[in-house]
Write a protein that binds this ligand. Structure first.
Ligand SMILES: Cc1cc2nc3c(=O)[nH]c(=O)nc-3n(C[C@H](O)[C@H](O)[C@H](O)COP(=O)(O)OP(=O)(O)OC[C@H]3O[C@@H](n4cnc5c(N)ncnc54)[C@H](O)[C@@H]3O)c2cc1C
Length: 425
């Protein structure tokens, strides 16, 4: 598989100093072996280590090398598929439980950042911006609907109200959430890794699990070593490949790309997003953007199922940014990078067990900055014997993507349809 842009991202260029972790050598035993050092794996490792479990984390590359070190940094409410779908599939009570887990996911970030003094530019405030007049009533309905679950801090913005907040005339209306937000994703991830290490977890980098036994005595082999454990947490998400076949079949890696402009200066940056919120449009193929702490525009979007990456990512992404902010036509692009989002068929996270001793969580479908850490915590709770909240997330059935090895061309066609729909409606 072609890996989207392993080159230098803005996040790597501005990463905080962090622990170096060795490569796994020799045979080891522990209570819990975690595969993957992104938010899911590290949050599970931190929670378990704090509860006194002996934890080993295997990371194929380096901490935060996957989506957790590359993403838009946007802290979203709920789940990617929308709460109405959850209610339709599982009923009102279960939807309320999922909503509550989503709310705790956001406050978990705040708790972790404060408890472990993680410097990651955490800011609160999130705006959903609708391009089409036909969506204005949907936004009003969404606010009412989410308030029914207890959501607070949601405000409707009409066109004029939104234009007071955003330096763009592209949108018809917006929804502002006080309790969404944004952060420097890689620094948050590095902070989680440092906290887990301090709590006693052993992290090994450049140590891909090359095979795993997901049976009654879980174990993982790497090039130069092995780990035997009482439990395993599989947290490789869109980067896991075929290591655990059923998980591979239920997940589609989708390339998403981000550019970072040169620093714009505080005044020019604030003229684009006055309240410094994270912003996302409401299209199926989303644009997501925000300002960095040093006043750059970080503009992300696209969704590529083809696993092919454009040669000049900055040039590829620039037209999307200037469609929203034509006033940025002259700015220099300092960084552009991409990563894989793990998407499930129904856009509901794929959480569950394989047998009694192997737990997994993947497929947050573009909304994992908050939920992934929470799912890591829920797996830790379940391993510690309190599975009620884990079971709320594990109740959803997931189908393999149809088409087997031919699934990518079918999805590319599907995506073309949605692009056309966004453009025409
Ligand atoms: C470009 C982009 C933008 C995004 N923007 C947002 C956003 O703004 N808001 C939002 O909520 N979500 C966003 N997401 C999604 C979010 O980043 C993910 O849902 C979240 O980071 C998933 O975390 P994770 O720990 O499950 O997976 P990852 O962070 O991908 O971590 C998995 C780790 O497992 C490792 N691994 C894989 N296989 C093995 C193996 N065999 N052995 C050892 N290690 C292995 C990988 O190297 C990787 O480090 C975005 C994603 C991308 C790619």
């Amino acid at each position: 598989m072609t890996r989207p842009s392993d080159g230098l991202s803005y996040y790597r260029a501005t990463a905080n100093p962090a622990y170096d972790h060795p490569k796994l050598q020799g045979d080891h035993t522990c209570d819990v072996c975690v595969i993957g050092a992104g938010y899911t794996g590290l949050s599970a490792a931190l929670e378990l280590a704090q509860r006194g479990y002996d934890v080993i984390v295997l990371e194929a590359e380096t901490v935060g090398w996957g989506a957790s070190g590359r993403n838009g940094g946007q802290i979203c409410t709920g789940v990617s598929c929308g709460m109405e779908k959850i209610e339709k599939v599982a009923g009102r009570d279960a939807a309320q439980q999922v909503f509550d887990i989503g709310e705790e996911a956001k406050s978990l970030i705040k708790t972790q950042v404060e408890a472990h003094e993680i410097e990651c530019d955490l800011k609160w405030g999130y705006v959903h911006a609708a391009e089409r007049a036909s969506e204005v009533d949907e936004l009003r309905h969404e606010i009412e609907y989410l308030q029914g679950f207890g959501a607070e801090g949601m405000t409707f913005l009409d066109k004029a109200g939104l234009e007071d907040q955003l330096g763009s005339t592209r949108y018809a209306a917006g929804l502002r959430e006080a309790h969404g937000g944004h952060l420097h994703p890689l620094n948050y991830c590095l902070g989680l890794a440092d906290a887990a290490t301090k709590a006693g977890a052993r992290i090994y980098e450049h140590s891909p699990a090359t095979s795993v036994d997901t049976g009654a005595s879980p174990s993982a082999k790497t090039e130069q070593g092995s780990v035997s454990a009482n439990f395993m947490v599989v947290a490789g998400n869109a980067y896991l490949g075929k290591l655990v076949k059923p998980l591979y079949q239920r997940l589609m890696p989708c390339g998403s790309f981000i550019l970072a402009t040169e620093p714009l200066g505080e005044n020019r940056a604030r003229a684009l997003i006055a309240g410094d919120e994270a912003v996302c449009n409401t299209n199926f193929i989303v644009d997501y953007y925000r300002l960095s702490a040093d006043h750059r525009m970080l503009f992300g979007g696209r969704c590529s199922y083809s696993t092919l990456e454009p040669k000049d990512l900055g040039a590829f992404m620039r037209p999307r940014m200037t469609a929203v902010f034509p006033q940025l036509a002259d700015v220099k692009i300092d960084y552009a990078w991409g990563g894989y989002i793990g998407i499930t068929m129904n856009r509901i996270p794929d959480v569950g067990r394989i047998g009694d001793r192997v737990y997994y969580a993947q497929g947050y479908s573009g909304q994992g900055v908050a939920l992934s850490g929470m799912c890591g915590k829920l797996m830790a709770e379940a391993i510690a014997g309190q599975a009620e909240r884990f079971d709320v997330m594990a109740q959803f059935k997931h189908q393999p993507f149809p088409g087997g090895p031919l699934r990518t061309p079918a999805l590319v066609l599907g995506m073309l349809y949605y692009r056309l729909r966004d453009a025409l409606s």
